[in-house]
Design a protein around this ligand. Structure first.
Ligand SMILES: C[S@@+](CC[C@H](N)C(=O)[O-])C[C@H]1O[C@@H](n2cnc3c(N)ncnc32)[C@H](O)[C@@H]1O
Length: 368
């Protein structure tokens, strides 16, 4: 999909420092470079442009309503490439590409990632191994709920597989990490959570963080297996969702409550998978075709055997009309439960001849 740049474009990567540049002035400067008669003249022009960009008082950096944001290193690298071109034709090719990115956009499927500016999105992960060493503790995010997401997980999927203003569903909302991230990114989100005290907690977190976007971040107390997601969305004026983030209990590895409806209390793994199937069917009815569901889950041990719960859960979802797009392996740092007992686990692993879980899976599936 292509389109024209909105007048006040948001930075592609709000986490890195940005130069705010006046779009029209920059476009005129690039047009002037495109008119240079020789490669030598063009290189002198690029050097002048660099000096102007580095000067915060220059008119280029005095942007009004029509600003475009660049990561300084990314823009410097573009100018390096133009200046290093061996022919005038090549330099003009690189220049035209940069010029085009000021006024046109080409979006990646299901997102607002602008492929004409793809180098700006260096925070978006595209490899299947995620080694996240530090969880994001910004704002109200905390690691104080057993087994909660590192916020980077929902952030990656919301950025990559939704557009601003679209809807995200999280049927196991827990401490509300998805809702917080969705609101920060200007997406609407609805979470379901069985435990009333967690729902209260999420309300408090949402109230404690001033919203940067006027989007809905709602959490409902209830059993997601009994939820009619279409009816729920309709209550908020939406007809369907564009992303599902599914972070169920990893069966009984952590017991979240004593409620028999809690998936961590499913009597057997077969029962757990049957419930997951029912839930997926309900979710699929509310998710647009061609859109994504990310399942975050780990494996478990049963009577001394490694049980591939993650893959079983992935197959269960696949059988509900989803195609598998990626399997991501993510490290996990110690949960609150295991913190402080690493030595004991190492001893047990040596004595029992097994390995201690240090990874979990993220299965990315797409509704057919
Ligand atoms: C792995 S945690 C999710 C954590 C969440 N991603 C976060 O960042 O806090 C699973 C959550 O699912 C909830 N849960 C379990 N069974 C449920 C059900 N049937 N309906 C709704 N929530 C349920 C548990 O109470 C727990 O909070």
């Amino acid at each position: 999909m292509t389109g024209h740049a909105p007048s006040a474009q948001l930075p592609p990567n709000a986490d890195s420092p940005q130069w705010q540049i006046d779009r029209a002035t920059f476009a005129a400067a690039l047009d002037a470079l495109l008119d240079m008669p020789t490669l030598a003249d063009l290189r002198i022009g690029v050097a002048k442009l660099r000096r102007r960009l580095a000067d915060p008082d220059d008119r280029l950096r005095q942007s009004g309503d029509d600003a475009i944001h660049f990561t300084p290193e990314v823009l410097q690298a573009e100018l390096d490439q133009i200046a290093a071109a061996r022919t005038l034709e090549r330099a003009r090719y690189y220049l035209s590409r940069l010029r085009r990115s000021l006024t046109a956009q080409r979006f990646a499927p299901a997102s607002d990632i602008d492929l004409y500016r793809w180098k700006e999105y260096d925070d978006i992960l595209t490899d299947s191994l995620w080694l996240i060493e530090r969880r994001d503790n910004s704002g109200v995010h905390r690691a104080d709920y057993w087994g909660n997401f590192v916020p980077q997980i929902p952030r990656q999927f919301i950025r990559r597989y939704t557009r601003p203003g679209e809807w995200v569903i999280d049927p196991f909302a827990g401490s509300g990490t998805t809702l917080i991230e969705a609101r920060r990114l200007g997406r609407h989100a609805i979470g379901i959570e069985l435990q009333a005290q967690m729902v209260d907690h999420v309300h408090q977190l949402l109230a404690a963080e001033p919203p940067t976007h006027p989007t809905i971040a709602a959490i409902e107390q209830g059993d997601s297996l009994e939820t009619d997601f279409q009816a729920l969305l309709a209550r908020y004026g939406a007809t369907s969702a564009q992303l599902v983030l599914l972070h169920p209990p990893y069966h009984d590895i952590i017991r979240f409550s004593s409620d028999p409806r809690d998936l961590s209390n499913a009597p057997t793994i077969t029962d757990f998978l049957n419930r997951l199937k029912l839930l997926t069917e309900r979710l699929a009815a509310a998710l647009d075709r061609g859109r994504y569901l990310a399942l975050v889950i780990g494996d478990t041990y049963r009577r001394g055997e490694w049980y591939p719960l993650g893959f079983q859960a992935m197959e269960t979802i696949r059988a509900c009309g989803f195609s598998l797009k990626s399997i991501i392996v993510k490290n996990f740092t110690d949960t609150l439960g295991k913190r402080g007992s690493a030595e004991l686990w190492r001893y047990r692993a040596l004595a029992g001849g097994f390995y201690v879980f240090k990874h979990e899976y993220i299965f990315l599936l797409r509704r057919r």
